[in-house]
Design a protein around this ligand. Structure first.
Ligand SMILES: [Zn+2]
Length: 376
């Protein structure tokens, strides 16, 4: 699944007068007779039903979208998925429907707005890595492809050995040399298969696992390109069960993610201190976005945006108090928007990237949102 492509399509949905439903679900343990997530969304559903019970176009559109969502959940939810995301808008000539399922659960969220609520999906993508794990010993290797917190594919390689029996004419030295040669050949074969799989499936990260001796041998034979993609060396035995592999390697990725977050914040701080290519805080970030300067938007998971508006005339994002005219063109018709969503959405549409940051005190104190810029 190409999640980035889906996110870009969602981000490009411009606001219309019809409600846009975004539904994130933890469907773990659900089956047709027992759907636990329903409890979580029931309150929100009755809230929306009361809210939109005016018989107007909005209500009609909401009900139509909801019908599609319910039907999808009834007919298409797979037992092996633990999370689902659904987006729907019903508007003549402008219908939208997208449903995705994942092995990882998502936090339940039910949002109705004029545009899709993409931030949790951006965050999910960033936290659900795509990587390979190769576990090997001297006789075999297993290669796991992991994506969205689940095992997507497993390949197994066995050592092909014409076991030559130890005969009298072979010296001990002969035998040991032959053994060594076989092992080296097998390691090369494993690396070749691994490298081809990674290239074919566009996988950029790798965890190598095995005992210490095997790991150091593999390290020696790894080509340069793969060396740069190794994220961790894990001491896992060849018989380690799949859950254990998932758990342990996902933890390694969580560490990697924290380091990446810190790297990003260090860059941002350096730019701020040197009055370079960085901005911090809602207003400065919105201004940089309006000017098309953002290279990377940085948003804390806990960031809560102040009220914000979209100018009906110049389409810029406007911060400040309600009732004030647009600070760019002076126009007085401003439509309320969720600034956090709108910053993320517009950054993605512009082709720049979004990085989400988890629990960083310094960053939250600075406003919880900022950006690295292309130019000043
Ligand atoms: Zn304006």
């Amino acid at each position: 699944m190409n999640l980035i492509k889906h996110i870009k399509v969602l981000a490009a949905c411009e606001p219309t007068d019809a409600p846009f439903i975004s539904l994130y679900l933890n469907t773990r343990g659900s089956d047709s007779g027992n759907r636990q997530y329903e409890f979580a969304i029931q309150d929100r559903l009755s809230f929306f039903e009361k809210e939109f019970l005016n018989g107007g176009e909005w209500e009609k559109s909401f009900k139509k979208s909801w019908q599609k969502i319910e039907q999808y959940l009834n007919d298409n939810l797979e037992l092996k998925s633990n999370g689902a995301v659904l987006f729907a808008r019903s508007q003549p000539g402008n219908d939208f429907f997208l449903a995705l399922q994942f092995p990882l659960p998502l936090e339940n969220r039910f949002v109705v707005d004029r545009v899709p609520h993409v931030f949790p999906l951006v965050q999910f993508l960033e936290n659900s890595h795509h990587y390979m794990v190769m576990i090997s010993d001297s006789q075999k290797a297993k290669i796991f492809e992991i994506q969205f917190g689940g095992i997507k594919d497993i390949q197994q390689i066995e050592k092909a050995e014409e076991e030559k029996s130890f005969r009298g004419e072979w010296t001990r030295m002969h035998y040991q040399n032959w053994k060594k040669d076989q092992t080296k050949k097998f390691i090369k074969q494993k690396i070749k298969v691994l490298s081809e799989l990674m290239q074919r499936n566009d996988v950029k990260h790798l965890v190598l696992a095995g005992d210490e001796v095997m790991l150091s041998r593999i390290k020696k034979e790894l080509p340069k390109r793969l060396q740069g993609q190794v994220l961790d060396f894990a001491r896992l035995g060849a018989r380690t069960d799949e859950h254990q592999i998932l758990r342990q390697t996902l933890e390694a990725f969580a560490d990697f993610e924290r380091i990446e977050d810190i790297d990003t914040l260090v860059s941002l701080r350096r730019e701020l201190l040197t009055d370079g290519l960085g901005v911090m805080g809602t207003q400065a970030t919105a201004e940089a976005l309006n000017a098309g300067k953002i290279d990377e938007l940085i948003v804390a998971t806990e960031y809560e945006a102040p009220p914000g508006w979209r100018c009906d005339n110049c389409d810029f994002l406007v911060t400040g108090s309600a009732g004030e005219p647009c600070q760019y063109c002076g126009h007085r018709v401003l439509k309320p928007v969720n600034l956090k969503d709108e910053l993320v959405r517009r950054t993605l549409v512009s082709g720049a990237s979004v990085e989400t940051i988890m629990y960083n005190v310094w960053f939250m104190r600075q406003g919880g949102v900022g950006a690295l810029l292309r130019y000043k």
